[in-house]
Design a protein around this ligand. Structure first.
Ligand code: DAT
Ligand code: MG
Length: 151
């Protein structure tokens, strides 16, 4: 089933000059970019995006990190895109992330883990609506698609 997921290249990815390499890993997987913008997060967006974490002790630090510098919001599409992105990212805490994953290869600290990916199809729909208007997500054909996905 083709799905869409929200990906955020967090401020540490841009500050460290890793945005291109992180995007490449998602493209290498066969995922299609269907939306992309550079933006700086504000507090209302942080609270909405991380609604499940607002009451947690780490939220203040998380929000201030996410708002500290620009980030890249992306919508990616593909077969089982939500799970594919999560597996490609690796565990939340880079200390536990497998080598070969983005976090396992490029990060060491849970508070600087480079990338966000939606954790379910429902979360993806909710989160995509926070960052993108309908007309900012483009439905377009890739000629390579039959070589990426059988059906
Ligand atoms: P994920 O980003 O893998 O979906 P999450 O939704 O549980 O993880 O948490 C959102 C972000 O919050 C996570 O990427 C990093 C930060 N975070 C989570 N748990 C934390 C903790 N115990 N201490 C510090 N930061 C944490
Ligand atoms: Mg999460």
């Amino acid at each position: 089933m083709s799905e869409r997921s929200l990906v955020l290249l967090k401020p540490d990815a841009l500050q460290r000059g890793l945005a291109g390499r992180v995007i490449s890993r998602l493209e290498d997987r066969g995922l299609q970019i269907v939306g992309l913008k550079l933006m700086q997060m504000d507090m209302p967006t942080a609270q909405r995006h991380y609604a499940e974490h607002v009451e947690k002790p780490f939220f203040a630090g998380l929000a201030s990190f996410m708002m500290s510098r620009p980030l890249i919001a992306m919508a990616v599409q593909g077969k089982n895109a939500v799970e594919v992105v999560r597996k490609t990212m690796g565990s939340t805490n880079p200390q536990n992330a497998e080598p070969g994953t983005i976090r396992g290869d490029m990060a060491v600290d849970i508070g600087r883990n480079l990338i966000h990916g939606s954790d379910s199809v429902e979360s993806a729909e909710r989160e995509l609506a926070i960052f993108f208007a309908e007309d900012e997500l483009l439905d377009y054909q890739r000629e390579v698609e039959p070589w990426v996905t059988e059906s």
